[in-house]
Write a protein that binds this ligand. Structure first.
Ligand code: ADP
Ligand code: MG
Length: 599
């Protein structure tokens, strides 16, 4: 038994032991290798990054990029401890803008695996390749000059049996890897990411123009539809992204993605600010989900507080807290009518310009791109793959009819997600998905209160495979769900099929909807009141049944939707607080253009 008594002499540890101890801090599992290699590829200015994984990363991780490459003369230097091209002195540490800077990743990875690196820089006429086994480098060989770098990491922890034992199943390790690639994808929309596992393509995110598009590639469209846009700014710090509409908050906590200067990090400060922003609008047992990006002057944060850079320290956490809290609160309870005219406080002026970045498109774009030239709603719906045919939403009784309904003149669609309409004497820009969702929700709720939710059989019931626990959950509440217009049949012992849904909904993605429904049902045990149980399910139905953002809408369809929205009295009331429309009255327009007193 080795003695660790006080008689042992002090010794400096051999270099390879130091490496392996340090490697433990940075490289705790295959996903950490992927994260470090991707960060290096990003630092090298790559436009395409391909990750190939075998057996959950245990037998092979290969990251290929088209970045600037490593000069042949520096190839082995890159694997020496604290060798980095990204920092020259500790002064640079105060303003790190690259993903890496510690010069630790490659030596750490190499010390616990068998690495082969192949690389060529732009001017190279011949590429260079080297293999390191347990950190010991072999000779540098010639290879074909493909610009960029490919690093293959085989047999991770082959010389660390103890560490290898702590790894979880291949499936678990692979899911950590997937998470890492998704996070990198979210932070870098302009970079094309691909990933394969055991030869099968798992992810493919072509370069996207905007964060929003990348969020769509990473998460499902229905996720985006449930989200509010978040925007806020103070000097030195901007926050943007999406956070869940409180109406759609669920018991699940995924995703809660935060990026500070494109690094995926956890921050108690930001999380707390998000919670405060929601305040009472999140009911008990519901959690916020979000994808938020914070951009902060690099002098105002310290990224060097965690070996794997998973945490950051803010110089001024107070103002970060404030900007995040305000941005979330503003998205939820944003003034229905942004005050541009009355001596508006400065904050509102800022939010006004933030809210309307697309304004120039009004005049700069010809009507073509956002007005459906065909103009026929039914034909249009038939063409669209969403298939939500708005004119079908009809109800015999329309109890909310106002005596003097304002005239509705549909003008067109903007960015395929906002309807531009004249309502009475006002200009309205209306979020098509949210407005339709609110209409459907009001109607479903009213029908449910009368216990008269009419349902409509689906032509082709879609089977959805469930875990045993989820299967039992659906089975248990089958009769209650029928009250909500939902007929769900068990199908064997682990599959259910949605046979009917309430009348008036568009085409529903059965699998995605079932996922939401399961979240709702998981809460039912804790919700004694019928309303408490029904409302979230009706909200999920409304969300899934509503027209998606991104679908082109013709003028008749727009008129119909806005008509329904007005009829429901949703212009002024917004039951769950989220902004559905931006309005400018004739008065406000006149004042805006200096036509005061114009009549
Ligand atoms: P760090 O990223 O902290 O500088 P690493 O150990 O991760 O340290 O990488 C060491 C050096 O190797 C980097 O500074 C960079 O010069 C070079 N390097 C690593 N990966 C790549 C790559 N994919 N493309 C170009 N250069 C790379
Ligand atoms: Mg690095």
């Amino acid at each position: 038994m080795p003695s660790v008594g006080c008689s042992a002499a002090i010794q400096v540890l051999p270099g390879d032991v130091v490496s392996r101890i340090a490697a433990g801090e940075v490289i705790e599992r295959p996903a950490a290798v992927v994260k470090e290699l991707i960060e290096n590829s990003l630092d090298a200015g790559s436009k395409t990054i391909t990750v190939d994984v075998k057996d959950g990363g245990l037998s092979l991780i290969r990251v290929t990029d088209d970045g600037e490459g490593i000069a042949r003369s520096e190839l082995l230097l890159a694997f020496e401890r604290h060798a980095t091209s990204k920092l020259r002195s500790d002064r640079d540490l105060a303003s790190v803008t690259s993903m890496g800077f510690r010069g630790e990743a490659l030596p750490s990875i190499a010390s616990v695996s068998k690495v082969t690196v192949s690389t060529a820089t732009g001017p190279d006429s011949i590429g260079a390749q080297a293999t390191l086994i347990g950190g010991v480098p072999g000779p540098v060989r010639d290879v074909a000059p493909v610009r960029g770098t490919r690093i293959e990491v085989a047999d991770l922890f082959f010389n660390q049996p103890a560490r290898k034992k702590f790894l979880k199943s291949e499936a678990t390790e692979f899911s950590h890897i997937t998470h890492v690639v998704q996070q990198a994808g979210l932070a870098w929309p302009s970079v094309h990411f691909r990933m394969t596992h055991n030869g099968q393509e798992i992810l493919n995110y072509p370069a996207a123009a905007e964060s929003r598009d990348r969020i769509l590639q990473v998460y499902r469209p229905v996720f985006i539809d449930r989200m509010m846009e978040i925007k806020g700014r103070v000097p030195g710090c901007a926050v943007y992204g999406v956070a869940v509409d409180p109406l759609h908050a669920k018991s699940g906590k995924q995703p809660q993605d935060l990026f500070v200067n494109r690094r995926p990090v956890k921050s108690a400060t930001v999380f707390h600010a998000v919670m405060e922003g929601y305040g009472a609008s999140l009911s008990k047992g519901r959690h916020p989900t979000f994808v938020l990006f914070l951009n902060i002057d690099s002098e105002r944060i310290d990224v060097n507080v965690h070996p794997a850079k998973r945490e950051v320290r803010f110089a001024d956490s107070e103002s970060i807290h404030r900007v995040v809290r305000h941005a979330v609160r503003h998205a939820i309870a944003g003034p229905e009518r942004v005050s541009v005219l009355e001596a508006a406080p400065e904050r509102e002026m800022v939010s006004m310009s933030d809210q309307a970045p697309a304004a120039p498109n009004f005049s700069a774009r010809p009507p073509g791109p956002f007005v459906d030239p065909g103009g026929d709603a039914v034909v249009h719906s038939a063409r669209s793959d969403e298939g939500a045919q708005l004119p079908l939403i009809r109800e015999d009784a329309e109890p909310y009819k106002q005596p003097t309904a304002p005239e509705i003149v549909p003008l067109g669609q903007l960015l395929r997600r906002y309807l531009v309409v004249q309502v009475g004497q006002e200009l309205h820009v209306i979020d098509q998905h949210t407005a339709h969702e609110r209409v459907l929700y009001q109607r479903l709720l009213r029908q449910w209160e009368r216990r008269a939710v009419a349902s409509q059989p689906l032509l082709i019931p879609e089977p959805v495979e469930l875990s045993p626990a989820h299967f039992a959950l659906v089975d248990r509440y089958r009769e209650d769900l029928a009250q909500l217009g939902l007929s769900i049949d068990p199908f064997g012992t682990s599959t259910v099929a949605i046979r009917a849904v309430p009348v008036g909904l568009g085409k529903i993605d059965a699998a995605a909807f079932t996922q939401d429904l399961l979240d709702d049902l998981a809460q039912w045990g804790r919700l004694p009141s019928l309303e408490g149980r029904a409302q979230p399910v009706l909200a999920s139905l409304a969300c899934h049944g509503a027209v998606r953002a991104g679908r082109a809408m013709g003028l008749p369809e727009i008129a119909q939707l806005v008509h329904d929205w007005v009829q429901e009295g949703l212009i002024t009331t917004c039951p769950h607080g989220r902004r559905t429309a931006f309005r400018l009255s004739a008065d406000e327009l006149d004042k805006l253009f200096g036509r005061v007193g114009w009549a």
